[in-house]
Design a binder for this molecule. Structure first.
Ligand SMILES: [Zn+2]
Length: 116
């Protein structure tokens, strides 16, 4: 087995391999390189193990989280925001104006009646 010179080692291509972002030509280059470079094989193996462990940790944390409760909180907050932005219904505002006008008219009528 012949080791390729260190200059042909390329950590970026290992990262891109993990992200499934290699062209077919790059895959062939990497495969040929890994056949001869123990350093890159070991490094890639470590990177795969770390990625797998990280994924397992994230999945475990996701499984423990109560997303139903969180979803309910978000929906409740969103509904409250919509209600705050919309303000009271228009009919309520209209009725308040009519009530105020009626009270003023009643007071004026009362004053006019008492002065007679
Ligand atoms: Zn290498």
């Amino acid at each position: 087995m012949v080791n390729l010179p260190k200059a042909s080692c390329n950590d970026a291509i290992l990262d891109r391999y993990l992200n499934k972002d290699l062209t077919p030509e790059e895959k062939l280059f990497l495969k040929a390189h890994l056949d001869h470079c123990q350093r890159c094989r070991c490094k890639l193996e470590v990177m795969i193990t770390i990625a797998r462990n990280f994924r397992d940790i994230v999945q475990s944390a996701l499984n423990e989280e109560d997303f139903a409760g969180l979803e309910k909180e978000i929906c409740t907050a969103a509904v409250q925001q919509v209600r705050i932005k919309k303000g009271p219904p228009r009919i309520i505002t209209f009725l308040k104006v009519i009530l105020a006008i009626s009270i003023i008219a009643g007071v004026l009528l009362l004053c006019a009646t008492l002065q007679l």
